[in-house]
Design a protein around this ligand. Structure first.
Ligand SMILES: Cc1cc2nc3c(=O)[nH]c(=O)nc-3n(C[C@H](O)[C@H](O)[C@H](O)COP(=O)(O)OP(=O)(O)OC[C@H]3O[C@@H](n4cnc5c(N)ncnc54)[C@H](O)[C@@H]3O)c2cc1C
Length: 503
């Protein structure tokens, strides 16, 4: 008989884990609190009947697991890859941002030439770039004790454009300012860009995330015999520790009353009366960090202790806002690529026409989607204030938007957008296996070299499926590896030799 496998959460991590298992003959049951699948990448109808989502979700070139899943699902052509981007800051002309068409490290020549830097900073930057080039992603864990800003100052990289650029990178990688984000998290993202000349390309999903990715994934799981049960919130895990090795024997669920995504900072889903107990042989939690923390707290100290999950209770989260605005007229010209901004509240924005998507009001002008990070305080502001501030920001960085009036907007407050990658957080990220023999953990926040991202989620889901399959004595999964086309292996060997000769 096929073992009963239960997966908690139908975000990318949970769906990818369930799909990998279903492909190998298991029949996973996915339990999801929200009435839609997709988690932070879900698409839903709001109370005015409009199709909205949380975005903008861009795919980086190093997202190998995610791209592999898209290719195997037959939806890779949903990604529209862009090479050139627009870098924006108020009061300065837009800067085109792209790499030179040469082998690394010479692909960095163009951005290095464009950067308005003092000669001394330029020299320092060269030295730091060499140091970074000699490290691989695993080495960066050692940089988790300090903020990016502390590291930047320690390296003497100055306060000018380099810090500004790091702010944009830090924001993209962690949704935090550089004086809060851990150096590891920011630098790991910058390092991915050093690998090759296409490393700065980003993929934009054509259409909604539901059409492009989530619905095809759910359909496949179901076609393979799995089940995705929506509006079913997990409220408690029941531990059986009578046996020698503790196991989770049952999952308690309740009907969930949420009408849209479930991503409050408390992690507590809004549930109605009525409890059902579901037995499981194997359990994968692919909940968001705050939801798992809430569930573990509700399941009692004993589970937390036996599963060895105490440290992850120390992880915190950071909020974000996702805003879609339809204007009364087309905004021209359209900024190239996925524009990255500094010095303003929004992280990035996109004209939704580039994604082949219509507006909130048929026949009106341009529709823009904005991601607003570092929004701890702003998230409590009234809608009208947030919209007015963001439109003012847009005008300040993209003068083409001057005079455009807001016709309609949809604002989503994401109480917990990501785990907060502050110094020390990396060490608290939980491993895929736990002290309970049949209990695995997936999710963008689990311990791996990637930051919280769609790739982190896809990788973690595949890793949990791999661990479970191996525990069943079956072959595991193959993981794609990032080819190292840089001088990293050479420089690493030289650095190690130097370190040895100094000790
Ligand atoms: C505004 C915004 C912009 C972003 N932009 C990007 C980007 O450009 N590129 C990128 O790579 N990443 C981006 N991200 C991050 C990315 O969305 C996440 O890292 C990824 O989607 C996380 O997937 P996950 O499966 O780990 O978690 P989630 O998607 O959070 O899935 C967890 C699931 O658990 C469910 N759940 C919660 N509680 C319960 C319960 N009690 N019972 C049952 N189910 C429950 C939730 O409803 C959810 O479906 C962005 C995130 C936000 C918020």
């Amino acid at each position: 008989m096929s073992p009963r496998v239960v997966v908690l959460g139908a975000g990318i991590a949970g769906l990818v884990a369930a799909w990998e298992l279903a492909l190998r003959g298991l029949r996973p049951l996915v339990l999801e609190a929200a009435p839609i699948a997709g988690g932070r990448t879900s698409t839903w109808r709001d109370d005015q009947g409009r199709t909205v989502d949380t975005g903008l979700h861009v795919v980086a070139d190093h997202y190998l697991n995610l791209q592999q899943v898209l290719a195997r699902l037959g939806v890779a052509d949903r990604l529209h890859w862009v090479e050139k981007h627009t870098y924006l800051r108020a009061g300065r002309a837009p800067m085109a941002w792209y790499f030179s068409p040469y082998q690394p490290p010479f692909h960095l020549l163009r951005p290095a030439r464009e950067m308005p830097l003092a000669p001394r900073t330029r020299l320092r930057l060269g030295r730091v770039a060499l140091l970074l080039a000699s490290m691989d992603q695993a080495d960066l864990a050692a940089l988790d004790g300090e903020t990016y800003k502390q590291w930047h100052d320690r390296m003497g990289l100055g306060r000018d454009f380099m810090l500004e650029l790091a702010e944009a990178a830090g924001d993209a990688a962690t949704f935090l300012p550089v004086d809060r984000a851990a150096a590891r998290a920011v630098i790991s993202w910058l390092k991915y860009l050093m690998r090759h000349r296409r490393a700065g390309d980003v993929g934009l999903f054509r259409g909604t995330m539901a059409e492009a990715f989530i619905d095809p994934l759910v359909r496949e799981i179901t076609a393979l015999g799995g089940e995705v049960r929506l509006s079913s919130a997990v409220t408690r895990l029941i531990l059986d520790d009578a046996a020698q090795a503790p196991r989770v024997s049952h999952v308690e669920i309740a009907p969930c009353r949420a009408a849209g995504p479930v991503h409050s900072a408390s992690g507590e889903p809004p549930v109605a009366d009525g409890r059902e107990s579901i037995p499981c042989d194997h359990l994968i939690s692919a909940l968001s960090v705050q939801a798992l923390q809430h569930l573990l707290a509700a399941s009692g100290e004993r589970l937390l202790d036996r599963a060895g999950l105490g440290p992850m209770m120390g992880l915190t989260t950071t909020p974000a806002l996702s805003l879609i605005v339809t204007f009364d007229r087309p905004i021209t010209p359209v900024p190239e690529g996925a524009p990255l901004c500094t010095g303003v509240a929004m992280r990035d924005f996109i004209d939704m026409k580039l994604l082949g998507r219509g507006g909130l009001v048929p026949g009106a002008g341009s529709t823009y989607q904005f991601v607003i990070t570092r929004s701890d305080r702003r998230i409590h502001d009234p809608d009208a204030t947030i919209v007015a501030d963001i439109v003012a920001d847009l005008v300040s960085v993209w003068p083409g938007a001057r005079g455009a009036e807001v016709v309609s907007y949809a604002l989503e407050r994401v109480g917990a957008a990501m785990f907060a990658a502050v110094p020390g957080a990396h060490a608290l990220r939980p491993a895929v296996t736990t002290g309970a023999a049949n209990f695995y953990i997936a999710g963008d926040f689990t311990r791996h070299e990637l930051n919280a991202s769609m790739e982190g989620a896809a990788f973690s889901g595949r890793r949990a499926a791999d661990a479970l399959l191996r525990a069943l004595g079956r072959p595991g999964l193959d993981f794609p590896e990032l080819p190292d086309t840089t001088m990293v292996p050479l420089l690493r060997a030289a650095r190690r030799r130097l370190a040895r000769s100094l000790t």
